[in-house]
Design a protein around this ligand. Structure first.
Ligand code: ADP
Ligand code: MG
Length: 520
């Protein structure tokens, strides 16, 4: 018998025996040290939770174990034998299967093809048996209670079902180690139950699992052990039943760097709100969201990925992709619904979180990028645009927002991410918004640019604009916000004021779905 055969014939490894051990893993991406000496282990029949704030290094660790990245330094042993993966297929060959955070299905193929890709039944010579494949896919979908037709194109499915297909595909590969990177954030409550049950079931069959999740309730429900990461390091590690939720949250946020909040603006909560949002609802995404925003106020909105943050920012601007209901009023006057142009007209601006796809025009000059929404202002009799005035407008903004660019004629693509973001700020500020909705305004920009953009947000608020700051960055909330709304699965579950706005309280509320859920 071959060694492989013997391994498969033998019973599952004894529960608790080590399947995988990493020591001293380090990984840098240019100047970013994503991992700085991480020790980590996965045991048979156990579920290990992996938690940490955004950017802590969780996905990087998952990708190293999955063979996607080869670490700069450090070692990995599988059942005591050292391995060094230089590709994902090598990890797969060891039956280490990963459900990555991003959906990595082939959008243009059917569910059946995706489920059995690289695993297709053939007649020999690689001819795929379509009927067999379809039937196998059907069986898998039924077994895991996923209401999807195997012939549907994956691209046509909503994100929750795509994620379920991704999970089922992973399980169908019969993993020895299964790593799930934030699998539940795009799932419905019922699907979360299915996924968690599946996780326990696989563990009982001897699979070693890793669950990366921000939902600490899930972690405490299904995990045996827990690893907490912060800034690329493991800061806590041990059995789940030996720790408490407040301890985990404290380990995640670490000792607070003294952050100085912006000085409160007196008279903020003036009698008449600038913007009133009433009962915004989008099926499955937003549940009856209501709040008010005052002139000069910075109102934070936060929650976990998948809690409805982007959906809220779009719905307020009338750009919700799905059927949204509810009302938005500016200065007491209703804004026509589902009409971004009318929202702009009423004084609402939206900075989306996808700078590259929906914001910046990379091949256009800064002048064009900044003046686009207000072109009508530069029209002259006879139809030609007043280019000199456009140039002056762009230059005024470049100076005011301290955009580092060779000139107003530079193409947007020549700028760094942070400077592109400032150009988008300029573009929306030129529409003279009363209420400025910002979805993750400092996403993907370097530390220096983050600080500058935060200063700009403060300046805009001081000039009297009401700001709805939608962000998952805890520091940003603490530094900038007068009030913070916390969302959980599409609903606002609470509001924090002034001194209550600290990293630990926000994180705990976001992760548990309750403000003051647990006494520290
Ligand atoms: N491919 C990459 N290129 C550059 N930086 C990266 C890459 N992947 C991750 N990073 C950076 O490494 C750090 C850790 O990221 P990640 O592992 O995704 O964290 P987490 O999953 O805990 O949110 C972050 O600062 C992130 O920006
Ligand atoms: Mg991640």
């Amino acid at each position: 018998m071959t060694e492989r055969g013997r391994l498969e014939a033998s019973a599952a490894p004894a529960a608790g025996s080590l399947l995988l051990r990493c020591r001293g893993l380090a990984q840098s991406f240019a100047a970013v040290r994503a991992l700085r000496g991480v020790d980590f282990s996965i045991a048979a029949g156990k579920v290990r939770g992996l938690v940490g704030e955004n950017g802590a290094g969780k996905s990087t660790l998952a990708k190293i174990i999955a063979g996607v990245h080869t670490p700069d330094t450090g070692t990995i042993d599988i059942e005591g034998r050292p391995v060094r993966f230089t590709g994902a297929e090598q990890a797969l060959a060891q039956r280490i299967v990963t459900v990555h955070q991003d959906i990595n299905l082939v959008q243009t193929m059917s569910v059946a093809e995706n489920l059995l890709l690289n695993n297709e039944p053939t007649y020999g010579f690689g001819i795929i048996r379509r009927k067999t494949m379809r039937a196998a896919a059907q069986r898998l979908l039924e077994k895991y209670e996923i209401g999807v037709d195997p012939d549907d194109d994956v691209g046509s499915l909503p994100n929750d079902l795509k994620k379920m297909v991704q999970i089922v595909k992973a399980v169908s590969l019969e993993p020895k180690i299964l790593i799930l990177d934030e699998p539940t954030s795009s799932l419905t409550d019922a699907q979360v139950r299915v996924a968690l049950r599946l996780i326990r079931q696989l563990a009982s069959q001897g699979v070693g699992l890793v669950l990366i999740s921000h939902y600490l309730a899930e972690i405490f429900e299904v995990c045996d052990d827990l690893t907490v990461m912060r800034d690329g390091e493991v800061v806590a590690d041990g059995p789940v039943n030996a720790t408490t939720l407040p301890q985990v949250v404290a380990a995640m946020v670490g000792r607070d760097v003294e952050t100085s909040r912006r000085a409160a603006q007196p008279g903020r909560a003036s009698a008449v709100p600038l913007m009133t949002v009433e009962n915004l609802t989008a099926p499955g995404l937003l549940q009856d969201v209501s709040f008010t925003l005052a002139r000069g106020e910075v109102l934070g909105v936060t929650g976990l990925a998948g809690s409805g943050l982007s959906e809220l920012s779009r719905a307020v601007f009338g750009a919700s992709g799905r059927q949204a209901s509810g009302r938005v009023l500016i200065d007491g006057k209703p804004v026509p619904p589902a009409d971004p142009a009318a929202s702009l007209e009423a004084g609402i601006a939206l900075l989306t979180n996808d700078r590259l796809r929906e914001g910046i025009l990379p091949d256009f000059t800064l002048i064009e990028n900044i003046c686009l929404p207000i072109l009508s202002r530069f029209g002259r009799i006879g139809g030609a645009l007043d280019f000199t005035a456009m140039e002056r407008t762009a230059e005024r903004n470049i100076e005011r927002l301290r955009v580092h660019a060779p000139s107003a004629f530079a193409l947007a693509r020549q700028l760094s991410g942070g400077n592109q973001q400032k150009v988008l700020f300029a573009k929306w500020l030129e529409t003279k918004p009363k209420a400025f909705v910002m979805d993750e305004p400092t996403i993907g920009v370097d530390v220096g640019a983050k600080e500058e953009i935060r200063k700009i947000i403060d300046e805009i608020a001081r000039a009297g604009v009401g700001i709805l700051l939608v962000t998952t960055e805890l520091d940003e909330l603490v530094l900038l916000c007068d009030r913070v709304l916390v969302m959980f699965r599409g609903a606002i579950i609470g509001e924090l004021w002034g001194g209550e706005i600290d990293r630990e309280t926000i994180l705990r509320a976001s992760a548990c779905g309750e403000i003051r859920a647990v006494a520290a």
